[in-house]
Design a binder for this molecule. Sequence first.
Ligand code: IMP
Ligand code: MG
Length: 191
Amino acid sequence: MAAESTQFASTEFTNPNLEVLFSEKEIQDRIKELGAHITSDYQGKDLVLVSVLKGSCVFLADLMRAIDLKLTIDFMSVSSYKNELKSTGDVEILKDLSNSIRGKDVLVVEDIIDTGLTLSRLLDILGSRGANSIKLASFLDKPEPRIKTELSIDYTGFVVPNKFVVGYGLDAAGRYRNLPFIAVVKDPSAA
Ligand code: IMP
Ligand code: MG
C-alpha cells in the first residue's frame, strides 16, 4: 500500500517540464460539486451528455458518475488543433453523434474553452437539430485568449491562466492525456 502510493505520487515529478496546477484530489472534489449541481438542475429532464472527443473523455467518465440521474451519452469528434499548439478556427466534423438530439436536454461536455472558436461552431451545428435545451460544461476555462466572448459556460471546473496545460484528457501533440492531474507545460516546444 505504502509502496503503491509512493510510486503513484512520483509520477507527478518524473517530467521536469510539467508543473502540477490541479491535483487529482482537487479535481475529484470539484467534479462531485459539478455533478451535484447538474443533478439538481436536470431533474425531470431527458439529459444527454455530448462529449467532444478526444479531450473530454476523462472528464465525461468522472462527471457522468457524479450525476444521479437517468442519462445517456454520445460522442462527437471535431478537428481544431491538429497536433499544433494554437487554434486555427476551422472546425471539421470527424465523427457525428450516433443518435438524434431532438427534444433532448443536451449538455455539451468539453475539456477546455480557449478562444471559444471550436465550441461556438459546434453549438451552431447542434443548435439546428431541435434539442429542447443546449448547455455547456467545460472542465477548464481559459478566458484570456477568448475570441468568442459571447460564449457562456454553464458549468466550469476550474479557470486557468493563459498557459498551455495538459493531463486529465488534455494533450500536447497527442500525449499526456492519461495524467490524473492538470499540469502546466513549462516549455511547450519541449512537450
Ligand atoms: P478553442 O477553439 O481555442 O476554444 O480551443 C478548444 C480546443 O483546443 C480544446 O478542446 C482543446 O482540444 C484545445 N486546447 C486549447 N487550449 C489547450 C491547452 O491549454 N491544452 C491542451 N489543449 C488545449
Ligand atoms: Mg477538445
